[in-house]
Design a protein around this ligand. Structure first.
Ligand code: ZN
Length: 80
């Protein structure tokens, strides 16, 4: 599988992130402290949501609003 190579034209970062809205996030409750009424949680699981935007993880520059525009971006190159 070809790895996507992203290079931000503002900060040269290679970290691209997809921001989703309206996701369902769920933590399994694994422990309850009765004295402090505090809960301890397992890892987050998530599902659903829709793509809001793709952005540079470092400087938050918005790269695209959807898949099509992302693939057309000059900051994206197919990997080896
Ligand atoms: Zn950046």
């Amino acid at each position: 599988m070809a790895e996507l190579i992203f290079t931000c034209d503002a900060c040269d970062s290679h970290k691209l992130e997809e921001i989703r809205l309206n996701m369902i996030g769920a933590f399994r409750v694994i422990w309850i402290d009765r004295e402090d009424s505090e809960l301890k949680y397992g890892p987050l699981s998530h599902s659903g949501g829709c793509v809001s935007r793709y952005q540079c993880k470092n400087c938050r520059q918005i790269i695209a609003r959807n898949h099509k525009d992302l693939l057309a971006s000059k900051m994206i190159k197919p990997g080896e």
